[in-house]
Design a protein around this ligand. Structure first.
Ligand code: SAM
Ligand code: DTB
Ligand code: SF4
Length: 328
């Protein structure tokens, strides 16, 4: 198999690419119905997990990811150096007060380098954990000993996305290989952390490419505990800045198929919610999405207003995870 040829079967699940395309090709409401049933079998359908993001180091990244505002190759996000621990903890406290139960810190790094900055991130993880929040970071590629140090500091989740199907990967990113992502994910597992791994829809890929991505995600063994499904937030000036918007039904289909293929995982309706109608989001929740990013900002782009999210969840009868124990 060449580096870019897509696997057509999963050794861990026995699933074939055709099985996934068959799911995605189902009549929409049949697919949603199946996914909703699967969701109700494995999860409390009233609960939604809330994660909040913070960009701890923005812009100037050496990678050329065609969608990203933070790439030094084309990104326009304002560059800022790694922020300090106190500011991070202040933001984490505010996130907790706003109802988030997981705090996710993102750095625009190609990979982690040992030194003062990594030590500072470890300190952030210790501090956020002490606040009683689940901890998540996304820092680019990792080596085994760095993964262990993160785990020892109290890191619960490492976010590292496969982004798209293997056959389309080189059209989106040229500065690393799909296998590099798999290597980092293996280090995260080896260190005993939970894996947060998903992708981006609407980068000009086909439904078959989305099937490839889903097959890869479902074939991770064990499957990722958290699966962020992002839809492209088009960034002016990036190679993908002008890609036509993906039809909402494809987002619903992908969420539903993710739920059926990874029944126990949290499926997070991630970037792109700001441009999504309430009705589309509602169908995604019915089809098995049970996690969102909350807060006014993602990393560099806007997210729905917290009050609008709270109102939507209330309308749908959905409850943030853990809010009973907090007495909200
Ligand atoms: N540098 C690290 C990395 O790439 O893993 C961490 C930060 S990176 C911004 C995290 C993820 O955000 C990417 O893997 C991608 O899936 C998602 N992302 C970035 N820009 C996006 C955009 N414009 N629209 C949708 N998702 C995006
Ligand atoms: C993920 O899958 N989506 C988040 C998080 N993991 C780090 C990031 C979305 C970024 C959207 C574009 C931006 O705000 O820069
Ligand atoms: Fe860098 Fe991550 Fe953006 Fe790619 S997605 S350019 S690795 S910050």
């Amino acid at each position: 198999m060449t580096a870019t040829s897509a696997p057509t079967a999963s050794p861990s699940t026995g699933l074939e690419l055709e099985d996934v395309t068959r799911l995605l090709d189902l009549p929409l409401l049949d697919l949603v119905f199946q996914a909703a049933a699967c969701h109700r079998e494995h999860h409390d359908p009233r609960q939604v997990q809330k994660s909040q993001l913070l960009s701890i180091k923005t812009g100037g990244c050496a990678e050329d990811c065609g969608y990203c505002s933070q790439s030094a190759h084309h990104g326009s996000a304002q560059r800022t150096p790694l922020i300090d621990v106190d500011e991070t903890l202040e933001r984490a406290r505010a996130a907790k007060a706003g109802g988030a139960d997981r705090f996710c810190m993102g750095a625009a790094w190609r990979e982690v380098r040992d030194g003062e900055e990594f030590d500072r991130v470890l300190e952030m993880v210790r501090g956020v954990k002490k606040l009683g929040l689940e901890t998540c970071v996304t820092l680019g590629m990792l080596k085994g000993d760095q993964a262990k140090r993160l785990r020892e500091a109290g890191l619960d989740y490492y976010n590292h996305n496969l982004d798209t199907g293997r056959s389309y990967y080189g059209k989106v990113i040229t500065t690393r290989r799909f296998e590099d992502r798999l290597d980092t994910l293996a280090q995260v597992r080896e260190a005993g952390m939970h894996v947060c791994c998903g992708g981006i829809l609407g980068m000009g890929e086909t439904r078959e490419t989305r099937a490839e991505l889903l097959l890869e995600l479902a074939s991770l063994d064990p499957q990722p505990e958290s699966v962020p499904i992002n839809t492209l937030v088009p960034i002016e000036g990036t190679p993908l800045g002008d890609v036509p918007r993906l039809d909402w039904t494809e987002v619903v289909r992908t969420v539903a198929a993710a739920r059926l293929l990874m029944p126990r995982s949290y499926v997070r309706l991630s970037a792109g919610r700001g441009e999504m109608s309430e009705e589309t989001q509602a169908l995604c929740f019915l089809a098995g999405a049970n996690s969102i990013f909350v807060g006014e900002e993602l990393l560099t782009t806007p997210n729905p207003e917290p009050s609008a999210d709270d109102a939507l969840l209330a309308k749908l009868g959905l409850t943030p995870l853990g809010c009973e124990s907090r007495g909200d």
